[in-house]
Write a protein that binds this ligand. Structure first.
Ligand code: NAP
Length: 236
C-alpha cells in the first residue's frame, strides 16, 4: 500500500507516518522541514517529499514521479487565533485559510487523480467545527470549510472512500502554544491510532476522544443564542 501524508514532519502526521510505515505501507511523508524529512526517511518504508501545500506547482513537481496512491491523508495545517475581533487581522485570516483550506484544493488537484479506484482520501479537520469558540474565527472558519469539502467530496466521489477526521485536543507543537486548558487532550500517538483504526474501517467520520466529541455534539443541539452566552463565558 502506498500512503501519502501531508504534515508528516510533526505531531499527528508524524505519528501516522511512523505507524503506517511500521504496518508495512510505503509512506510518502510530506512537509517543508528538510531536516525532519531526512530523519523520517531513515525508516526503510518512508520516502521524503518536500513541498509547501499552498503551492500547487510545488505539489505537482514534488509528486510527479508517483503514478498512484492507495491512500492520501491531507493533514497539514496551522492554527492562529484572532485575539481582537474588533480590529480584525485579515492577514492572519488569509494565512490560516490558505494553509488549512485553500491548500486542500491544491492537494486535491495534484493528488486526487492519482488515487487508485477503491482507494482512500482522508481530510483532517477539527472538532472546533462543531461549535463557534472564542478567538477561532480564522481557524474555525478554515476547518468548517474543510469539513464541508470532505462531505461534499464524499457525495461526488464514487470510486474513492472519503474519511473526515474531527480531532479534539491533541498534544502537539501546534497546541503547545495554547494558553488555555485543553480538556481531555490526547497524545499524538493516540490520535494516530484513532485515525488509523477509523480509516481501516472506512468510516465516513472519525472523531476523538469520544467523550469530548460527544459532549460537543450534544451541545451543538442547543439554540444558538444559548450557546453564544455560554461561549462568551469561556472567553473570559
Ligand atoms: N493538535 C490538535 O489539538 C488538533 C486538533 C484538531 C485538529 N488538528 C489538525 O490536525 C492537523 C495536524 O496538526 P498537529 O497538531 O499535528 O500540528 P503540528 O504538529 O504543528 O504539525 C503541522 C504539520 O503541518 C505541516 N504544514 C503546516 N503548514 C504547511 C505548509 N504550508 N506546507 C506544508 N506543510 C505544512 C507542518 O510541516 P512543516 O513544518 O514541515 O511544513 C507539520 O508537519 C492540522 O490540520 C490541525 O489543524 C489538530
Amino acid at each position: 500500500m502506498i500512503t501519502l501524508i501531508t504534515g508528516a514532519t510533526s505531531g499527528i502526521g508524524e505519528q501516522l507516518a511512523k505507524k503506517y510505515a511500521d504496518l508495512g505501507d510505503t509512506v510518502i511523508a510530506c512537509g517543508r522541514n528538510t531536516q525532519k524529512l531526512i530523519q523520517l526517511a531513515q525508516h526503510p518504508q518512508i520516502e521524503a517529499c518536500e513541498f509547501d501545500v499552498t503551492d500547487l506547482q510545488a505539489i505537482k513537481s514534488a509528486t510527479i514521479a508517483y503514478t498512484h496512491f492507495d491512500r492520501v491523508i491531507l493533514n497539514a495545517g496551522n492554527c492562529e487565533y484572532i485575539d481582537d475581533a474588533r480590529h480584525f487581522d485579515s492577514n492572519l485570516f488569509s494565512r490560516v485559510v490558505t494553509t488549512n483550506l485553500l491548500s486542500m484544493g491544491y492537494c486535491l488537484e495534484a493528488l486526487l487523480p492519482k488515487i487508485k479506484p477503491g482507494g482512500q482520501l482522508v481530510l483532517v479537520s477539527s472538532s472546533v467545527t462543531y461549535l463557534p469558540l472564542p478567538r477561532s474565527e480564522a481557524y474555525g472558519a478554515s476547518k468548517a470549510g474543510v469539513s464541508y469539502l470532505a462531505k461534499s467530496l464524499a457525495v461526488d466521489l464514487t470510486d474513492v472512500y472519503v474519511t473526515l477526521v474531527h480531532p479534539g485536543f491533541v498534544k502537539t507543537p501546534l497546541t503547545d502554544k495554547n494558553d488555555f486548558p485543553m480538556p481531555m487532550a490526547v497524545s499524538a500517538e493516540k490520535a494516530a491510532d484513532y485515525i488509523i483504526s477509523g480509516v481501516k474501517k472506512r468510516r465516513k467520520e472519525v472523531h476523538f476522544p469520544y467523550r469530548f466529541t460527544l459532549i460537543l455534539k450534544c451541545l451543538r443541539i442547543l439554540p444558538l443564542p444559548l450557546w453564544l452566552k455560554l461561549a462568551k463565558g469561556l472567553s473570559r
